[in-house]
Design a protein around this ligand. Structure first.
Ligand code: NAP
Ligand code: ZN
Ligand code: ZN
Length: 348
């Protein structure tokens, strides 16, 4: 066992504060990673506040982890001490079902083991996340990170990056695709970067007029202020794909109406309340809604390699762990440019 310093949430109402706990012994297939940076995902905030009604406390959030390998188990093949490693939303899965065998561990038939707010596969140990000094994980669920990239800006790729990369690849976004990215936050800004790099025509669909300049800098050709009725009307039946990365409760209907024939809305945002869906908005134009959950291990590594090749990273604001509660407050006001990343040196 090894002591890990961290920040944890003790219940749905109070702010996060310091917490110490033991990580497991390094098993033969495990690696131990000293955490350098951890991104702050809106999923952390949903779970801290028990918005998905499944929170386990005390909870150490964080699933956008970048660090340095400090120990390897006897049978580890992929990593050596000193390597830069990344850990995302999953730390385990059944490893034998069809989906696990098809490199789609995120759809494991038994359900994957999350990096935090879940019991590990022993059914007892509570998995704790990346707002901590170190983590011990089976090497299969760890990724290689190119030391060429800016590590603090790489951390968000482990969730926001793969969660947007995977569905854009799946639906075939590329040259000729008119795509709308809804919600210019952590996920949304990565969605814009990837869609633009795949050659698509990108429009940001935002409630924040002040984000227009950034939207264009990130790679969007157009900006649609969704609170402006006239602009919404003008874009009726316009998009082939909409990537919905909105964290707050909202109706799907006005956005579905923006899709052209056979248009697809990809849901990645996970608000607390179920949205209203008007079936007529689907029947018109034979539209469809699909959901997408992070990405498998193989695809996550492909995404990281793609980012290293194209020099794609997140736009980040580095904070100390002591600023985490303030960061959550700003996140709720849509005031994030475009991902907070915790410098874990502040915990030591
Ligand atoms: P975030 O950084 O807080 O961004 C969310 C954005 O949603 C905001 O910046 C805002 O953009 C937009 N928004 C907020 N309130 C809105 C409203 N009332 N109507 C329309 N748009 C609104 O959050 P994030 O970290 O990117 O996460 C986004 C969502 O994805 C969360 O629900 C998270 O839990 C979920 N998620 C899912 C997966 C998955 O595997 N599917 C993985 C990670 C996260 P504008 O200012 O541009 O309007
Ligand atoms: Zn996340
Ligand atoms: Zn499985």
């Amino acid at each position: 066992m090894s002591l890990s310093k961290s920040y944890a949430d003790y219940n749905a109402k109070d702010p996060l504060s310091s917490f110490e706990f033991n990580r497991r012994e390094v098993r033969p297939g495990d690696i131990q990673v000293e955490i350098l940076y951890c991104g702050v995902c809106h999923s952390d905030l949903h779970q801290v506040r028990n918005e998905w009604k499944d929170s386990i406390y005390p909870m150490v959030p964080g699933h956008e982890i970048v660090g340095k390998v400090i120990k390897t188990g006897a049978s580890v093949k992929k990593f050596k001490v000193g390597d830069i490693a990344g850990i995302g939303v999953m730390v385990d899965s059944c490893r034998v079902c069809k989906n696990c065998n098809d490199d789609l561990e995120q759809y494991c038939e038994e359900g994957f083991t999350g990096t935090y707010n879940t019991k590990e596969r022993d059914g007892k140990t509570i998995a704790q996340g990346g707002y901590s000094t170190q983590i011990v994980t089976d090497e299969h669920y760890v990724h290689h990170i190119s030391p060429k990239l800016d590590l603090k800006a790489v951390a968000p790729l482990l969730c926001a990056g793969i969660t947007t990369y995977s569905p854009l690849r799946y639906v075939g976004v590329g040259r000729g695709t008119k795509i709308g990215v809804m919600g210019l936050g952590g996920l949304g800004h990565m969605g814009v970067k990837f869609a633009a790099s795949f050659g698509a025509e990108v429009t940001v669909l935002s409630t924040s007029p002040a984000k227009e300049t950034d939207a264009r800098r990130l790679g969007a050709q157009h900006f649609l202020l969704t609170t402006d009725e006239a602009q919404m009307k003008k874009h009726k039946n316009h998009f082939d794909v909409i990537l919905n990365a909105v964290s707050a409760n909202h109706d799907y209907e006005p956005y579905l109406r923006l899709l052209a024939l056979n248009g697809e809305m990809i849901i990645v945002g996970l608000p607390a309340e179920d949205p209203r869906v008007n079936p007529f908005a689907l029947l018109d134009n034979r539209r469809s809604i699909i959901g997408s959950k992070i990405g498998g291990m193989k695809e996550t590594q492909q995404m990281l390699d793609y980012c290293a090749e194209k020099n794609i990273v997140a736009d980040v604001e580095v904070i100390s762990i002591q600023q985490i509660n303030e960061a959550y407050t700003r996140m709720l006001k849509n005031d994030v440019k475009y991902r907070f990343v915790i410098d874990m040196a502040s915990l030591k």
